[in-house]
Design a protein around this ligand. Structure first.
Ligand code: FUC
Length: 745
């Protein structure tokens, strides 16, 4: 459960219930200056070594000089997203006989969860939600016979906490660690216990309920991030609770549904579709006709995004906001060489555009520290950030150049700023993010350097995220100049910033300079295996099945590669994916779903969905609660998979809107409602025998919308303002106009 700020995971135990609590801003660490002031002195030498093909020496020098100051991501200053604590409910039952009819549900339509079971002759029911309206968590316990509920309620955490009870309220509070001499974050959690019938006893550290008819826990969590008074906030939220339970629950559902109900997907059920989700996943291994599971997975991704971020809040981190531990893997941070980006892939297409904004605000907040980092390391203007991202504005390179040197992360994030504009066409918004995009471009305008071996302007030093290559002399290295991903990202950034400047009618001269530099970037090139080269040299990769497929950035999320513009590169992209293989970490398979969808191979796309949904066990795939397994659990795979399913249904990146670009042959019939397209439209349609039948399209903004229609025998109603040309339909629509495209009778 989650409402974009607080997260809860009720584990549903019968004798002992554990509810894992999270709050999105609960981070240890604090602001730090991690920029190494001496780094720039070595930049020239590192580049010289690279251009003399002394890559090993360049890398060695980088390890000594061109990293962050201090311990980087393992340091106390950097910090980590931490679990808030655990709420335990230990039950005593009047009838200790065995449990039957146990059932646990997560209801995506209403953002509710429940547990029910029978012990002896008594049926017990629990209901949970994290209220979108009251901003607190709820756990409610009932039984179908009076006086049947007895329980002990307590709170704990693995470290840095105190807990006590006073009256009907349990408290947990503490202060997290930060770097030396720094103030750690403070937090306070309150659980208010209300019983109907029976007795409530307050002990020193817990609350006991005896023989109640009904018990409700209201869970209020707060931190002092951004100057909030955590004690006041936690108490205020509880004090403000008004109205009866039913009304409050109804309001929660309504607010949630404002977002969730925008999209609907129907793909068809089979005999397995009503199995419990763990069994359903197992059944899917051998029988992939449970198409409804795919629809569910897409909606689950939307549910998770709605639950883990909200306007005015923070982006979803590596665990979304569902960390069961203090020491979250990879610090539960904002990794910026694929992970945070992937979390937001569904935002626009899946009609949750406003949920993109917290991440966009986060990117804006990096420009100030990133400006300093740009100066200190590269003596460049603008701003830069590398792969590590935390709550505290960390922008320096990571402590190990093999993964920490990538400097196109901020530029990659800028595609999110631009895409939000493409989907909303909101010029005022574009104005507000233009300085951030421009700052990222200024950095590369200054930082790019000519590679004397080929005359191209390259990023140097850099890496192709986390992958290693083998040199002719047998060295296995990461550091290089001008990786393919960097070239594609910088080309895209320069293109987008030029377009933005034109729309905003500004920076004419500067844009010319940027355009000139853009022409001098290395093109995406095909190598000896017919693959897309990952580096400027056609090196062998040390790990052929490496999880990152950064050289295909231009296929997805970028769109430098399309069948229309670069047919040979599209074939080379297929070869690249064949060489890499399908099975990998959760997020890597999710990315491959998107790649194959862009390659318009529906059957292969579906095969990858099967790989992603494979029961994870201890490996990669999907856990029984549908969380993605890197392993361990990492939320990006969920979001990437969700976006990939949308990408199978609608694409709008290549200058036109295409429906069903990449569904498998076996998805004969289906329908989808409410997906968004670039240009500012919303599309709903049905298909039969793999062919689109009816399309309802709403222009959310005035524009000319171009459709590529497989079937030209379609009729248009609702407008006369259209023409068809070369298999494309051009519709000029005013804001709010609704049209229907349907098959002629
Ligand atoms: C990237 C990936 C890892 C992991 C980490 C959080 O660095 O290479 O696989 O997902 O992020």
């Amino acid at each position: 459960m989650g409402n974009g700020r607080i997260g809860m995971m009720p584990w549903g135990g019968i004798d002992r219930e554990r509810i894992v609590l999270n709050e999105i801003s609960l981070w240890s660490g604090n602001k730090q200056d991690a920029d190494n002031p001496d780094a720039y002195k070595y930049l020239g030498e590192i580049r010289k070594l690279l251009f003399e093909n002394k890559n090993r020496e360049a890398q060695e020098l980088m390890y000594k000089t061109f990293t962050c100051k201090g311990e980087g991501s393992s340091g106390a200053d950097y910090g980590k997203f931490e679990n808030f604590g655990n709420l335990y409910i230990d039950f005593t039952y009047p009838d200790a006989s065995g449990t039957v009819d146990y059932k646990r549900t997560l209801d995506l339509n209403n953002a509710l969860s429940d547990v029910s079971y029978t012990k002896g002759s008594i049926k017990y029911t629990r209901e949970y939600f994290t209220s979108f309206t009251d901003d607190i968590g709820i756990a409610r316990y009932t039984a179908d016979k009076p006086e049947s509920l007895s329980m002990r309620i307590s709170l704990d955490r693995d470290e840095n906490y105190e807990t006590y009870a006073s009256g009907p309220v349990l408290y947990i509070f503490g202060k997290l660690s930060a770097g030396e001499g720094k103030e750690g974050m403070k937090y306070l959690g309150m659980v208010k216990v209300e019983n109907e019938g029976g007795y409530l006893f307050t002990n020193a550290g817990d609350i006991e309920i005896k023989n109640a008819d009904e018990v409700t826990l209201s869970i209020s969590l707060a931190t002092n991030y951004n100057g909030v008074e955590q004690e006041k906030l936690a108490a205020d939220l509880l004090n403000k609770l008004k109205g009866d339970y039913k009304t409050r629950k109804q309001k929660h559902i309504e607010k949630y549904q404002n977002l969730f109900n925008r999209v609907d997907l129907t793909l068809g059920k089979n005999k397995n579709s009503d199995l419990p989700i763990n069994r359903r996943l197992e059944a899917f291994v051998n029988d992939r006709t449970d198409y409804d599971l795919v629809a569910l997975y897409m909606q689950y991704g939307r549910y998770l995004l709605i639950s883990s971020t909200r306007e005015g809040g923070l982006p979803p981190n590596l665990q979304g906001l569902w960390a069961p531990q203090i020491h979250t893997p990879w610090n539960g941070d904002y990794h910026l060489n694929i992970n945070l980006q992937m979390n937001l892939w569904p935002a626009e297409v899946c009609n949750l555009s406003e949920l993109h904004l917290p991440t966009i605000e986060y990117v804006k907040s990096l420009t100030e520290p990133g400006h300093k980092t740009a100066k200190v390391y590269y003596n460049s203007d603008g701003w830069v950030t590398h792969i590590l991202g935390n709550l505290w504005g960390f922008t320096s390179p990571g402590e190990s150049p093999s993964w920490g040197a990538t400097n196109t992360s901020g530029a990659w994030m800028c595609r999110h700023l631009w895409e939000h504009y493409l989907y909303t066409q909101d010029v005022k918004y574009l104005e507000s993010v233009y300085p951030t995009m421009k700052g990222a471009a200024l950095f590369f305008e200054n930082m790019l350097v000519e590679d004397p071996n080929n005359g191209y302007l390259v990023t140097a030093p850099t890496t192709s995220p986390e992958n290693t290559y083998i040199t002719e002399s047998g060295d296995v290295l990461s550091v290089c100049a001008g990786s393919t991903m960097d070239n594609q990202i910088v080309r895209e950034l320069f293109t987008n910033v030029s377009q933005a400047a034109k729309i905003l009618n500004t920076d004419k001269q500067w844009i010319k300079a940027i355009e000139t530099k853009k022409q001098r970037l290395a093109p995406t090139t095909i190598g000896k295996y017919g693959q897309i080269m990952e580096w400027l040299n056609d090196y062998e990769e040390a790990e052929i099945h490496h999880r990152h497929v950064s050289q295909l950035y231009g296929l997805h999320p970028g769109y430098e590669l399309t069948y229309e513009k670069t047919p040979e590169l599209m074939e080379a992209a297929k070869k690249t994916l064949e060489r890499r293989g399908d099975e990998s970490t959760g997020w890597s398979m999710a990315w491959k779903i998107n790649f194959w969808a862009r390659l318009k191979d529906g059957d292969r796309t579906y095969k990858l969905i099967g790989d992603l949904l494979k029961p994870a066990g201890k490996g990669h795939g999907t856990y029984p609660n549908l969380f993605s397994a890197h392993p361990p659990m990492q939320i990006d795979g969920n979001f990437g998979g969700c976006a990939g399913i949308a990408e199978m249904l609608v694409q709008s990146h290549a200058g036109y809107i295409e429906l069903l670009p990449s569904i498998p042959g076996e998805w004969k019939d289906g329908s989808v409602k409410g997906l968004k397209v670039r240009g500012g439209g919303e599309v709903s349609f049905a298909w039969k025998n793999g062919k689109v039948t009816d399309v309802d399209f709403i222009a959310r903004t005035a524009n000319t919308f171009v459709f590529k229609l497989a079937d030209d025998k379609m009729g248009i109603s609702g407008t006369k303002n259209y023409k068809t040309e070369n298999g494309k339909l051009f519709l000029h629509l005013e804001k709010g106009e609704i049209i229907r495209i349907s098959k002629f009778p």
